[in-house]
Each structure stands twice: as structure tokens, then as C-alpha cells.
Design a protein around this ligand. Structure first.
Ligand SMILES: Nc1nc2c(ncn2[C@@H]2O[C@H](COP(=O)(O)OP(=O)(O)OP(=O)(O)O)[C@@H](O)[C@H]2O)c(=O)[nH]1
Ligand SMILES: [Mg+2]
Length: 686
């Protein structure tokens, strides 16, 4: 594989809504350029970047795939991101590692939720971008409608630089507004061969309209150009390309292109526009980094780790500064480990092609590193730096997970750990209080993939279960009573006897013990044992087996035996006293409440609030963040199960939410009764 200099590299992320046609387009770009030998398809499961068994089976992308197309002596690195929002982390990684984006839109659909989401990230990163309207060969494809939609919902800066000739089954050519040339495709062409003709009469009006818009937009990028244009002078082709490029880099113009990836129409033109209009790494700003004073000579960031069959862990990284040669050692500052980059490669889908070196800006891959993970920085050992990490979207869904076959618990933990390393939007924990493994991710589709991988890669058969809730108990009243432990079993007996008073304390105040014994009716040395007994019993609660918290216990009377009393007996007395008294002190169940912030387009406000209320949510208020309505509410944790899925279906994916623990509060009687009944059932089963 040839080594490309930084100026001859383009790093481009392909993003957009699910099923827009990104993977098919990336495959076509690599194929038409000659860099990939096969023209693959989703239907046959043969595309360049959807090569995992999961992707072939489900016919959509799940993880970020990387390939390249060599065109006009330039290497275009193609980062193909999945569109489904459950996998938005992959798109985030692609956009943070690229210098430009191609936002792909289906000509039969238009702007969708996934398009808006990635557009927001592109905006935040000030990424230069192109829009590619694909699937123009499909029935009901409508270029004009997509353009109107884009202007209204994405940005007024979008300007067509190409228009289609015909649409649907009649889609047969593309007019370039830059050159006035029309490419008429030869039927049955495999690599997009065409003849060049003048614009056909049917495109006349559209041609004049869009050509004028484009020229105006380009002229506006530069004062001298504008003057020339207003003075009625024609702009030269060089001026047009240079002006357009300037507009794209500044984010002032977003060119819109058109084609069909399956027919490879418009694919050659797209390759050329990528080279002509998008920045090389030399023109792209290096993302924020910390501790980098005076410029470290080497800088790279890992944006993905995949475990591949027969290879092991493959690390994908973007080089921001310096040169890496095959076999070089780099310093991973996060994990304080020197890593030797043997078999330095670039990815062409699942293929790894070895390269002697990579220049600044390029994207590479390397296998079997010792201790390198996603978001780690490569640098020189004597100039250690941390690059700011890629901000992966947060996990918003939680589920319990259990193994179907006993004995697979250890394998489950190992598998989940591995999956977390591959996917930063996936986390897991074992909650010992609840004796349950909890997984956190982006939604049910995400969890489905996790379960599938657990089985395929780690031989673990697991299933999702409702996550248990960490309830608490407390007291609302005062009560007093005795606990007496007495045993006479030959030899030395056991004797402990105490009287206690229990009373509530404020929420969050915890537990307090008071020694109110007078006259030594219980010897001093045994009183801490009473305290311990009470605390031990409180952990198991009295209503539903949950820890009883925020109360005070006062030991005010008791008796002892000269020979038979010991610490153990008084601890037992404390336990018995608690079990006797606590049920009389009006115990109540406490449930965890979450602060929930939901962001939705205002048209869904009513439905979303109605749903929150049906979850026993208390709406605190609504506000606007400029784009969307922000709803703040307090909702019991127990009612938030599968909220991500519900919100998605109410808002057609246009809603977002964030939740965090707020406090414990008394549960209503019907909830208490239900939880207590469940506890009784579980107790019996054990
Ligand atoms: N007719 C036609 N079908 C296309 C075209 N491009 C893609 N498709 C089909 O549209 C479907 C989705 O294509 P993909 O390439 O998987 O789309 P994607 O954007 O990668 O989808 P995700 O990765 O799941 O977000 C597949 O069935 C493709 O065969 C096109 O230009 N014309
Ligand atoms: Mg795809």
C-alpha cells in the first residue's frame, strides 16, 4: 500500500439517518475509484464496510467501518457510520476523527431525525460538509422536495451544485452547475461511465435558477468576486472552484450533490468534489488537547477498538501530528504504556493492508496492543499529552441481565467487560445489594446486539430482565419494646435483655444510637453489642427486605446475667428488640426518585407530559432551549424502565432525555403493597 502525504489525504465521515444509503455509497466510492475490487450490495451482504455477521444478517450498519478510495492521486479515507440512533456513538467517533462530513439523504425521504442529530454534531465541530442526495433511481425520488426540506430543516446554506436528469426509473443523468456539462449514463454501466452532453432542454429552467443561486453564493465568499459578479462580469472556472472551496471550508456553503449509489451514478463526480472541495488534514484544526505546550511532535487518538475473529483486538486511530513508521514505539499516556506498532496498516473494510508509514492526518490500524483503549492518546514519551476525549453520547437505557444457564456468570462478566471496551456507550455493573447485573446503553436495539455478541463471541446465553429497584425503608412513628435472648442448653447459657425506643430522623440524617442506660442495668461493655444488633436487623428492613434508614434507637432498660451474658447474647437481644419494635413504629417504604430532563420538539409536548404523568411523574416546569422544549420532572425510578423506547416512539426519535438520582421519598400505599408482596413471594421461593 502506497504512502500518502498529508496534502493528499481527505478524511470524510459518512453520516445520516438509518438506511439513507451510506454504506452502499461508501462501497460504490471505493469500487468506482478502483481501490476495492467488488461492487457489493446490502442485499447480498457483500458491502465493504458492513462485513460483520450481525450487519450482514440484519442488513444495516452497527459499527463504524473504515475504507478508502484512491482518486486523483489522493487517498480519501471513508468512515461509514451507522444511522440508527442506538449507535450514535459510532457516528460521533467518525465525525470527531474526520475533517469533513458527507451527510447522506435518501431522495425519497428527506431530512429525518438521524439527519438532524448528525447535523448538530457537525455544527458543533464546525465541520465542512457536503450533502449527497442518493437513491435518485427509486420511485418517488424528488430532488426539489428534498432541497426544500433541507433549506427549511437543516440550513439555508445548502446550495445544489448538481441537478438530476429524470428521476426514479427515468433517472439517467446529472447536470453539473459548475461546468454546465451533463453526464448521461450508459445503461448497465458498472463503474458509472457516461457521455458528456449539453444540459437537456427539460432541465433548462431549473438549471438557470440553480446556476444563478450557486454563482451568487460563491461570489459572496469574497469582496472582489462579488464586485466582479455585480458588475456583470463572468467568473472564471478557477474563481468558481476556489470560491466554492473557500465557502465550504468556512461553513458558508454546503454543496448538495445527487446520484444513485447502486447504479454508481454521480459517484465519480462525488470523488472529484471530495478531493477539490474538502480540506486536507493540513487545513483542519487539531482538536483541543491538554498539557500540550509548545507542540508535541507526535499526536494520535484511538477512536475505535474492535475485536476481530482470528486477529484479536484491532485499534483504529487518527494521527493528528507527526509520522509513524511500521514498528515504531509510541507512548500511551493514559495507561502509561509503550506500545509497539507492528504490522502498521490501513483498513479497507475488513481487510488490513500493511503500510511502511503513516503521515500526519492519516487513519491507521494496528492489532494486538497491550493496554490501549478507545480515546487513548498516542504521543512521545518525553512529551506526554492527553487529547480531549471524544464525547460519546451517554447511556440512557438500563436493563437487568441474567444468564440462562447456571455457571455462566463469570463468562458473562468477562464478555460484558470486553463489549464495554469495544463500545464506550455501553457500561455494566454488578449491584451487590440487589444481586443483579445491570447494563446501561442507548436503547433496546443496542441491548439486542449486546446479547447477540455475548452468545456468538463468548458463548454466554443471557436475557434481559427488569432492573430491580433499590428501595429503602424508614419509620414514621415512635415505639418502644423489649428484646430478650435467653438460652439454657446444659453448660453455660446465653442471656441478653434490652428495652429500646425507635424514632424517625430527617431524610438523609442516617442512623443514631443513644445509650440511656442508668444504674448499670446493662453493663457498659455490652451496650455496643445492642447497637450492632439493631443495625444488623435494620439492614433487612421490616416491610420488603430493604435497608431501614434515617432513624434513631435509644436503649433505656434491660437486664443481664452474671454468668450467661456475653456480647453475642446482647447483639441477639438488639436484633429481637428491633424486630419487635420497628413494625410498631409505622414503617414506610421509600422509593428512589429521579430528576428527569426531556427535550422534544414542541408538537410532542402534550403527549410527553401525559406519559410522564402516567409514570407518576411530577412536572416541575417547561422551558425552551431555542430549538426544543425542555421539560423538567421528578419521576420514580421504578417507572423509568424502557423510557428511552417510549420517548422514541412518541416523538419518532426526535426526543432526548437525561435522568439522575434525586432523592428518596415515601412510596404511595399501592406501590408499598406491591413491593411487599413481591418480597414475600421471593422469600418463599428461597
Ligand atoms: N435503489 C436504490 N437503493 C439503494 C441505494 N442506496 C442504498 N439503497 C438501498 O437502501 C437500503 C439501505 O442502504 P444502506 O447503504 O444500508 O444505508 P445506510 O445509510 O448505510 O444504513 P444504516 O447503516 O443502517 O444507517 C439498502 O437496501 C440498499 O440496497 C440507491 O442508490 N438506490
Ligand atoms: Mg450503513
Amino acid at each position: 500500500m502506497r504512502v500518502y502525504d498529508s496534502a493528499a489525504i481527505r478524511n470524510v465521515a459518512f453520516v445520516g439517518h438509518g438506511a439513507a444509503g451510506k454504506t452502499t455509497l461508501v462501497d460504490a466510492l471505493a469500487f468506482v475509484s478502483g481501490s476495492s475490487k467488488r461492487h457489493g450490495s446490502i442485499q447480498d451482504g457483500t458491502t465493504l464496510t458492513d462485513y460483520s455477521a450481525d450487519e450482514i444478517e440484519r442488513k444495516h450498519s452497527i459499527s463504524l467501518g473504515v475504507g478508502f478510495a484512491e482518486w486523483m492521486d489522493t487517498k480519501i479515507n471513508l468512515l461509514d457510520a451507522p444511522g440508527f440512533l442506538d449507535f450514535l456513538g459510532e457516528g460521533t467517533a467518525a465525525l470527531y476523527s474526520a475533517d469533513a462530513a458527507i451527510v447522506v439523504i435518501n431522495a425519497t425521504g428527506g431530512v429525518e431525525v438521524g439527519t438532524e442529530k448528525v447535523w448538530e454534531i457537525c455544527d458543533a465541530l464546525h465541520l465542512p460538509r457536503l450533502l449527497f442526495v442518493t437513491q435518485m433511481d427509486r420511485e418517488r425520488a424528488d430532488f426539489e422536495r428534498v432541497f426544500d426540506d433541507v433549506k427549511a430543516h437543516l440550513s439555508p446554506k445548502v446550495v445544489p451544485v448538481e441537478i438530476p436528469v429524470g428521476s426514479g426509473a427515468d433517472f439517467r443523468g446529472i447536470v453539473s452547475l459548475l461546468t454546465g456539462d451533463t453526464h448521461l449514463y450508459k445503461k448497465g454501466t458498472k463503474t458509472g461511465e457516461y457521455e458528456v452532453v449539453p444540459p437537456p432542454p427539460e432541465t433548462g429552467d431549473a438549471y438557470r435558477k440553480y446556476e444563478q443561486q450557486l454563482t451568487e453564493a460563491i461570489a459572496s465568499t469574497d469582496d472582489a468576486l462579488l464586485e466582479k459578479y455585480l458588475g456583470g462580469e463572468a467568473l472564471s472556472r478557477e474563481e468558481i472552484i476556489a470560491g466554492l472551496r473557500r465557502g465550504v471550508l468556512a461553513g458558508e456553503i454546503v454543496p448538495m450533490l445527487v446520484g444513485s449509489a447502486t447504479l454508481t451514478y454521480g459517484v465519480r463526480a462525488l470523488l472529484t468534489e471530495i478531493v477539490d472541495l474538502l480540506p486536507s488534514p493540513l487545513e483542519a484544526p487539531i482538536p483541543d488537547k491538554e498539557g500540550d505546550h509548545g507542540g508535541s511532535p507526535l499526536l494520535g487518538r484511538v477512536f475505535k477498538t474492535v475485536s476481530e475473529p482470528h486477529v484479536g483486538d484491532v485499534t483504529l486511530f487518527r494521527l493528528y501530528r507527526g509520522v509513524i513508521k511500521n514498528g515504531d514505539e509510541v507512548w500511551n499516556h493514559e495507561h502509561s504504556v509503550a506500545e509497539k506498532l507492528n504490522h502498521l496498516s490501513v483498513q479497507q473494510g475488513k481487510e488490513r493492508l500493511e503500510v511502511p508509514e503513516l503521515r500526519m492526518g492519516d487513519i491507521g490500524s494496528v492489532a494486538k496492543l497491550r493496554d490501549t483503549h478507545t480515546n487513548d492518546t498516542f504521543c512521545h514519551r518525553d512529551r506526554p499529552v492527553h487529547m480531549a476525549p471524544i464525547p460519546y453520547p451517554e447511556a440512557v437505557a438500563t436493563s437487568g441481565v441474567v444468564v440462562k444457564n447456571r455457571g455462566e456468570e463469570d463468562k458473562l462478566a468477562a464478555g460484558l467487560h470486553k463489549l464495554h471496551e469495544e463500545d464506550p456507550t455501553f457500561h455494566f455493573e454488578y449491584n451487590s445489594e440487589l444481586a443483579q447485573t445491570l447494563i446501561h446503553g442507548r436503547g433496546e436495539r443496542h441491548f439486542e446486539i449486546v446479547l447477540g455478541r455475548l452468545q456468538k463471541k463468548f458463548g454466554v446465553h443471557a436475557e434481559l430482565v427488569r432492573p430491580k429497584v433499590a428501595y429503602r425503608e424508614t419509620l414514621r412513628g415512635k415505639a418502644e419494646g423489649q428484646g430478650k435472648h435467653k438460652k439454657q442448653s446444659g453448660g453455660r447459657g446465653q442471656y441478653g435483655d434490652c428495652w429500646i425506643r425507635l424514632a424517625p430522623r430527617p431524610r438523609g440524617a442516617g442512623y443514631a444510637f443513644e445509650d440511656a442506660i442508668v444504674g448499670g442495668v446493662i453493663p457498659n461493655k455490652y451496650i455496643p453489642a445492642v447497637d450492632r444488633g439493631i443495625q444488623e436487623a435494620a439492614v433487612r428492613g421490616v416491610i420488603a427486605g430493604f435497608p431501614l434508614v434515617d432513624f434513631q434507637a435509644e436503649c433505656f432498660d434491660g437486664s443481664y446475667h452474671d454468668v450467661d451474658s456475653n456480647e453475642m447474647s446482647f447483639k441477639m437481644a438488639g436484633i429481637l428488640a428491633f424486630r419487635n419494635v420497628a413494625p410498631k413504629a409505622r414503617p414506610v417504604l421509600l422509593e428512589p426518585l429521579h430528576d428527569v430532563t426531556v427535550r422534544v420538539p414542541s408538537e410532542y409536548l402534550g403527549d410527553v407530559m401525559g406519559d410522564l404523568s402516567s409514570r407518576r411523574g411530577q412536572i416541575l416546569g417547561t422551558d425552551s432551549d431555542g430549538r426544543r422544549t425542555v421539560i423538567k420532572a421528578i419521576v420514580p425510578e421504578a417507572e423509568m424502565y424502557k423510557y428511552a423506547t417510549t420517548l422514541h416512539s412518541i416523538t419518532h426519535g426526535r426526543g432526548d432525555f437525561h435522568e439522575e438520582f434525586r432523592s428518596y421519598a415515601e412510596a404511595p400505599p399501592e406501590v408499598t403493597a406491591k413491593v411487599a408482596a413481591e418480597h414475600k413471594k421471593e422469600d418463599k421461593e428461597e
